[in-house]
Ligand binder design. Structure first.
Ligand SMILES: *Cc1c(COP(=O)(O)O)cnc(C)c1O
Length: 392
């Protein structure tokens, strides 16, 4: 338990770390230091003297440890949308004779939007095939160029069998991309053992890097030297400061860089990764399963109005629990008004994530009791709680 290393408002039970992780206490100081000592004092010299240019790769390696990737195979930068685009473009390039991208309806829509935009731009008649999550395995055929899946479903927390699907897709000759947005820092991962070609993810969810913190991309080391970057920005160039008029990709994972890194965001993320440094993912997983199981038991016993939307079997679930309720939006607003923070995903999903770094059994019991009280008294049934905000 590392709750003391986060600035969480007094009395708040924060069950939304799958959407935006809380502020690590050290991040405020770290960012201020980077601003004053580096940006303020060094100005342009910061790129060399403060090591700004190496930050994306250095922090990439620290994330690599959390996702089971070897050093030199993970790069930070941009946002996840961009990393999905990069990975998919590179994957399709490796399979020029095939025209189908396979994904599922449980994917976070932006991954599908990015695929749609890319395929349209390519203009080579590619198809994005979207099947139900339980049918992905059967839909893997020798037509598939790239299998693009999000490992843990953002709504229900259902988790794909990464190794089985990767093996099946690769046996059929497809390239595999895993989106680890809801897995990184939530469940143990071993990208090396999975043998998948690409993985992408973000750092503002379970990694607590802060709003807009840079995303990451992993490329399997043996294929990285052959990957052709679709977003051929100058910092992915072999020699950016030669100002060559022609693009030549940088060595290995360096080529997945695009433009100038966000140094202040990286400073915040670095403070967060200090907390992760001595975290054992198997231990986190064991405690996350305990917390999720406890919440399911408590809510089912206390709130018959709610229906479990997540897999009951922990082995098939990430680090979140979701319940369906017709007026889930209003019920979540009522809960938030009482300082229990989860979120809502259309049409009827109430989402709660359990992050053992700062949530314990006491929090789970307290949250379940408050939820029970709201459901028993219909406290959610007010015009105020039913009025939808822009971000749900
Ligand atoms: C959170 C999330 C995103 C968000 O992408 P951004 O570029 O950071 O806005 C994309 N894909 C998945 C699967 C996500 O869970």
């Amino acid at each position: 338990m590392k709750k003391h290393q986060f600035d969480i408002p007094q009395g708040m039970i924060y069950l939304d770390g799958n959407s935006l992780g809380p502020l690590p206490s050290a991040a405020t100081q770290r960012v201020a230091q980077t601003m004053q000592d580096e940006w303020g004092e060094l100005l342009i010299k910061g790129w060399n003297q403060a090591g700004w240019m190496q930050q994306p790769a250095k922090i990439g390696d620290r994330i690599g440890r959390i996702i089971g990737a070897s050093p030199g195979s993970t790069m930070t930068g941009d946002t996840l949308c961009i990393k999905v685009y990069q990975a998919l473009a590179a994957g399709l390039n490796m399979c020029p004779d095939r025209k189908v991208v396979l994904s599922d309806s449980g994917n976070f829509p932006t991954d599908l939007y990015m695929a749609q935009g890319l395929l349209k731009t390519m203009g080579q008649g590619h198809e994005l095939r979207i099947v139900d999550p339980e049918n992905v395995s059967d839909a893997i055929t020798d037509e598939i160029a790239v299998l693009l899946l999000t490992h843990v479903d953002y709504r229900t927390g259902r988790m794909h069998d990464m190794d089985a699907l990767t093996q099946k897709a690769q046996a059929a000759g497809a390239i595999v991309i895993w989106d680890l947005a809801h897995s990184t820092g939530a469940v143990p991962l071993d990208m090396t053992a999975s043998n998948a070609e690409f993985a992408v993810g973000c750092t503002y969810k379970y990694l607590n890097g802060g709003p807009g913190a840079p995303a990451f991309i992993y490329v399997r080391p043996d294929i990285a030297p052959g990957v052709e970057p679709a977003l051929s920005g100058w910092l992915g160039h072999l020699q950016p400061f030669e100002f060559d008029l022609e693009y030549h990709p940088g060595a290995g994972i360096d080529r997945m860089r695009v433009g100038t890194p966000s140094i202040l965001q990286l400073a915040a993320l670095e403070a967060s990764l200090d907390i992760w440094e001595d975290v054992d993912m198997d231990e986190i997983r064991a405690r996350s399963v305990e917390l999720c199981d406890l919440f399911i038991d408590e809510v089912e016993a206390r709130c018959p109005q709610l229906t479990l939307a997540s897999p009951r079997d922990a082995a098939q679930r990430g680090s979140q629990v979701s319940f369906r309720f017709k007026d889930g939006y209003a019920a979540m607003q009522a809960l938030i008004a009482q300082n229990v923070i989860g979120d809502f995903r259309a049409p009827d999903i109430m989402r709660f994530s359990f992050t053992p770094l700062y949530i314990d059994q006491q929090d789970v019991l307290e949250a379940a009791k408050i939820l029970q009280n709201i459901m028993q008294t219909d406290a959610w049934d007010t015009p105020q709680f039913k009025a939808r905000a822009a971000v749900t």
